[in-house]
Unconditional design. Structure first.
Length: 204
């Protein structure tokens, strides 16, 4: 794993820990992490609702988007035909373009260094059936498929990160609300984003 990947994983861990503490008002930070992680996954999987995390550390910025797969491709099972496989491929190709997901201030000088986008649980139907047979039956939690996207930026002027626009709404199906949590410049912020109110205010 190269330095970029190591740094990204470190920022992911920081994002998860910090935004969980922010969401809980900091009262239980560091406690029952496994339970909090499970609750976070369940919250993110409510249809039409997702989670956006932003963490800036020095010149590094991590953006993480979690959304139920049904709001990304219109279904939440493994693709069963060419049409559904094409829908998955198109969605992944679109969302790998960070500019289609998040808009950052131009004068912050942010350059994408790494993107990781996947639809977890959306493996090909044939592979799923083989796996089910090996495990003695269908898995009960298969319906809990979701988008997990991470974007790692280097920003020349992170102090100018005063807002972020969630452009992903343009590529989602029936997305109602996305709970945004941000840790920028040591300050914590939380805001509910909607298709009609998609700009996260970050200060400056």
């Amino acid at each position: 794993m190269n330095r970029t990947n190591v740094r990204t994983r470190r920022l992911v861990a920081a994002a998860i820990g910090t935004v969980l503490a922010l969401g809980a008002g900091g009262a239980h930070a560091g406690k029952d992490h496994g339970k909090e992680h499970t609750e976070r996954e369940h919250a993110a999987h409510a249809h039409g609702h997702g989670t956006l995390n932003l963490v800036a550390e020095g010149n590094e910025l991590l953006v993480e988007l979690i959304m139920p797969a049904v709001n990304v491709v219109g279904f939440e099972h493994a693709p069963e035909d060419d049409t559904q496989r094409a829908a998955v491929a198109t969605a992944l190709a679109t969302l790998r373009d960070a500019s289609a997901v998040i808009g950052l201030p131009a004068d912050a000088g942010c350059t994408l260094e790494e993107a990781h986008v996947e639809l977890e649980g959306m493996e090909d139907d044939h592979a799923r059936k083989v796996g089910d047979h090996a495990h003695g039956g269908a898995r009960k939690d298969e319906a809990h498929t979701e988008l997990h996207a991470e974007y790692h930026f280097h920003c020349d002027h992170p102090q100018r990160l005063d807002h972020a626009e969630l452009r992903a709404f343009d590529h989602l199906h029936d997305a109602e609300e996305i709970e945004a949590r941000a840790v920028i410049g040591g300050a914590q912020r939380a805001q509910t984003l909607r298709p009609s109110a998609r700009v996260l205010e970050l200060g400056g």
